[in-house]
Design a protein around this ligand. Sequence first.
Ligand code: 26V
Length: 810
Amino acid sequence: MFDNKETFKSIFQRNLVSKLGKPLEEATQEDVYHVLGSMIREYAGQDWATSNQGFKQRQDKQVYYFSLEFLIGRLLGNNLLNVNELELVRDSLADLGFSLEDVEEQEADAGLGNGGLGRLAACFLDSLASLGYAGHGCGIRYKYGLFEQKIINGNQVELPDNWLEKGNEWEVRRPDKKVEVKFWGRVETQEENGRYQFVTKDAESVVAVPYDVPIIGYGHPHVNTLRLWSAEPKRESSLDTPSNYYGYLDYSRSVESISEFLYPDDSQYEGKLLRLKQQYFMCSSGVQSALRTFNKLGLSYDRLPDKVAFHINDTHPTLVIPELMRILMDDQGYGWDEAWDITTRTVSYTNHTTLSEALEKWPVSMISKLLPRIYMIIEEINKRFCAMLLDRYPGDQERITHLAVIAHDQVRMAHLAIVGSHSVNGVAALHTEILKEREMAPFYALYPERFNNKTNGITHRRWLMHANPKLSHLITETIGNAWITEPGKLNELTTVSQDASFQEQFRAIKRGNKERLAAYILDHTGTAVNPDSIFDVQVKRLHGYKRQLLNILHVMHLYNRLKNDPTFDIVPRTFIFGAKAAPSYYFAKKIIKLINNVASTINQDKAVNDRLKVFFLENYSVSLAEKIIPAADVSEQISTAGKEASGTGNMKFMMNGALTIGTMDGANVEMAEQVGEDNMFIFGLRADEVLNYVHSGSYRPGELVSQDNRIREVVEQLIHPGAFCHREGEFWDIYDSLVAHGDEYFVLRDFAAYAEAHAAIDVAYRDIPDWTRKAVLNTAQSGIFSSDRTISEYATDIWGIEPVSGYWKG
Ligand code: 26V
């Protein structure tokens, strides 16, 4: 791209003048960010056009990954990495008096997602482009991303995330590619030549305008598209009377609200009309736009499944199924059976959770009014599906009601997604087993060939090469650079895991990352951190099943011991938390408050704060994760077994050489298979044991409270004013959830095992060479968790595609 530093510097300065009218001396860091970003975007534009032409000429099958969430984070550093200009730009900017790291800080995170599901979609985009697949994202350009979290007096406060305030260098508005999406109205049936035609009358039209973001592949000129849709009002010509004009303003505001904000709830379904509108808006726009591209090939729609795959990320985009049926039947004239065959062969679906409270069920009254034609189609899908079931299970009405797509006046989106697609996958081996054997067992009995597992992955380009450049260099110096394109080769590090000089360098890098995080913490909290302490980190969304509560109760216990037992000797430990709670999730917010109370008491207590410190870092986000994860020694992955579908943070920590303390849940199970249980700290109930307790109803947390002094002491501290509880009953709700309401997440049941695992960490950390060996082995065995592996599996097993261009080996 730039031949050398001098060329870069002169092009850069020219752009500074032409774009901002500023000479170098007057440029701010923000100016540098904007100019550099626009240069990279424009440069990628060439390859983008070439990639698109290539797709068309070769008639490559296109994958469209539909997701309500893409948690991208920042793009500057990653794009520089992928176009292979990171070093040159860093050095050149340094010559000009700027630090690339500081310039990167100017970019707002694209926080268009809640957590794991949205971040997975972003990792997948990076892998699709880097492996040279024709695979694109389809989502919504929310004006406001996930809220910004502030902690005030220990409580979470949400502020709007106005991420577009300073503009977005990466997007291109494409008004020429707009489509129209229709809501409300009524369906009229007309008979034409003996065939029924369905026409929706008096519908409200919304214009969907795409904003395209180039997704640049690593090391070769392959650029895919993330197409984010924005809702705009349709301009009517007859606004001549004042009442019409005010009516138009109302309409216009209601339209714009569709792409206004991302719903900040995860794992908690709420039947909000606006959310349903968002879903259909995205599905309809994406399907129409993909079919427009397909149309240019001049092929029959019979060939659609050979040329197009629609993948739906969780059930949120399930309306892709009836929308495709609608277009095939109403616009293309297909009969039901042919349209159904084409649709099911085109669509595939990933399940991301078995939590029943997250399952989407839309009220029939809502869907049928908002989307009358779509609802008719869903009804017909349900009718035919139930008829098939009746044939198979005659008289078994109970089973049929249990499986139906529509029952009890609700449309069950997961059922619609399974029935209407050719592939259903879970996101880790254990999760897929639970789907097959438990949650979706009756569907598995019907369609065993549809179910498959695709264990999640993370892009090692963002999470290792970009987040931890020094470790990446050390790895390359040691085993060569083949691991970059074949991350499985990280396992060649196994041979140096005990090499003293390698270990020393590995540790120095971790230490440097810890110093950097310590500086961040000091800057943001005013409290100093000892970089020689064990950095023990739990960062993820706040949810009961993720058990941040188990972690903080154990910290409270450590504090109690340090205060009461003068012989208690521990390696200094710094516990770090980061988590956003859904704004309406009362219990989760109480846990944030508890963590902050504990942090403030411990950090101020001179009797312990040389050995124990606790931090809650506010506004956990992708860019903060990139600072925290490379600095971690211990990774907390402690969900109630059977509840965490996969987890992906677990993989990021592993890749960066942290040791996991975790339950046998989600992908932790496969991590243990890779690295060996000796190199992790596995504890707690297994998924089948949890299930047995649930079935038998035999778990009695109250007994643990009376039997175990440690537990009794900490649960009492939740309600009696003292070190952690500032007023009588401050944490009654937490106390009750554990003691009176049966401790749904088995926090107390796993407490003893968890404390034991922590004690084992304390012992293990004292043997520095052996700890380092384990850490190196974790990095070495993490390659399989690259999303490149995951995406290759989706490509082969689900989408039936091959790379259309290969890595550039230059
Ligand atoms: C659910 C809902 C429910 C309705 C309201 C809006 C909303 C928004 C997001 C979600 C997603 C919940 C599912 C989810 O995020 N699952 C996570 O997916 C990760 C990627 O597969 C996986 O690693 C995590 O274990 C899983 O919890």
